[in-house]
Ligand binder design. Structure first.
Ligand code: PLP
Length: 400
């Protein structure tokens, strides 16, 4: 692998070099895209079968290795989307009659997969508040095979130490699968905290440029092979071009996360307590309920911050419409700052009362802080807040 004086190279080094071929005189410095759908072999029973749908071309394998190195895992696999990684992982470790315990607040499609797809296949699911080990333990049944968690959660950025359910999973002999899309291996290596498999939407920070859809899993060789063998049947193959783009993104992951972490925290601090702002969520803020844990667990609070503006839905609409640098779009983790209102995106299926109970009242805006100059972003958010205050003044004027 990598030659370095340190016993374990750091993430910035791994992001650039892990998985790459040793240098050959006259060979290319940048990796090539191997576009071939199939590969020579098959003369005998021991020849490897390499095929595009198997996600095992040299291009796929190199990037799988890089993600494994970043996560501190023995093996890694890239697939066609984050949901492909999540669904294949959940199917690989369950069968009819089994039971899954999952955290209450999860990515929308994961929520639907747990609530609709798994039950259709005879797998029952119990949802718990993930902060308490007793909650995980109380939900166990004899056939609980998987515990499932996201860190941090979307969009209130709650942080749970995976070690909490990891102890319960180990006693039970169950898997602990953690979606670390928001954390990335730069901010938290969940396998070090006892997760047995990590899953990612590589569409977000790992790719980092909002120009590809991909997923990844990493863990022990046996577990990753269990997911890979199912993916060979269901067929979520990642196109080699997208694999190459993902590798390109990974080369700057550590650097980008440093900037995402710093800018999001700076903006969260600036926003907190400003006129027009009711609440700011970021794990780096002392007001965040998990701040103490985040300080010891995470290497950075992440690039996402959320705020609640005055004036409810109208206030959030005015805020979003006034922005000139940040753009309104779903998704996150790219170089550009994107804002969204969960009531129109991730949490549109819930009623306003259900959202309120989940800590997402109308007026809630999520910001995926990009890599622009933080001063420009701050000026942009100031424009947004000016619009929120103008709306409040109009409202008062109309009332009076
Ligand atoms: C986006 C996202 C997913 C789904 O990933 P896709 O690449 O869109 O399939 C899963 N989990 C989290 C936390 C996400 O943000």
């Amino acid at each position: 692998m990598i030659e370095s004086d340190r016993s374990r190279p750091g993430p910035a080094t791994l992001g650039v070099h892990a998985g790459s071929e040793p240098p050959v005189i006259g060979g290319p410095v940048a990796p090539s895209i191997v576009r071939s759908a199939t590969f020579f072999g098959g003369f005998g029973p021991d020849d490897p079968l390499i095929y595009g749908r198997y996600n095992n071309s040299p291009t796929h394998r190199a990037v799988g290795e890089k993600i494994a190195a970043l996560e501190g895992a023995a093996a890694g696999l890239v697939v066609a989307s984050g949901m492909a990684a999540i669904s294949m992982a959940l199917l690989a470790f369950t069968r009819a009659g089994d039971h899954v315990v999952a955290a209450r607040h999860l990515y929308g499609a994961t929520h639907d997969f747990l609530e609709r797809e798994l039950p259709r296949r005879g797998v029952e699911v119990t949802r718990v508040d993930p902060e308490r080990p007793e909650a995980w333990r109380a939900a166990l049944r004899p056939r609980t095979r998987v515990l499932y968690l996201e860190v941090p959660t979307n969009p209130t950025l709650r942080v749970v130490d995976p070690a909490v359910p990891a102890g319960v999973a180990e006693e039970q002999g169950a898997e602990l699968i953690v979606d670390a899309t928001f954390a990335t291996p730069i901010n938290l290596r969940v396998l070090d905290r006892g997760a047995t498999l990590v899953v990612h939407s590589a569409t977000k920070y790992l790719g980092g440029h909002s120009d590809l859809v991909a997923g990844a899993v990493a863990g022990s060789g046996e577990r990753v092979e269990a997911v890979a063998s199912l993916a060979r049947l269901y067929g979520p193959a990642l196109d080699p071009q997208a694999v190459w783009l993902l590798d390109r993104g990974l080369r700057t992951l550590a650097l980008r996360m440093e900037r995402h972490n710093a800018s999001a925290l700076a903006l969260a601090r600036w926003l907190e307590g400003r006129p027009g702002v009711l609440r700011v969520h970021h794990p780096g803020l002392e007001s965040h309920p998990d701040h103490a844990l985040a300080r010891t667990l995470l290497r950075g609070g992440g690039g996402i911050l959320s705020l609640v503006v005055e004036g409810g839905a109208g206030g959030a609409d005015a805020f979003c419409r006034a922005l000139r640098v940040a753009r309104v779009a779903p998704s996150l983790g790219g170089v550009e700052t994107l804002v969204s209102q969960p009531r129109f995106t991730s949490h549109r299926q819930l009623t306003p009362a259900e959202r309120e109970a989940a800590g997402i009242p109308d007026g809630f805006v999520r910001i995926s802080v990009g890599l622009e100059e933080v001063e420009d972003l701050q000026a942009d958010l100031a424009r947004g807040l000016e619009a929120v205050l103008a709306l409040a003044r109009e409202g008062k004027g109309a009332a009076g």
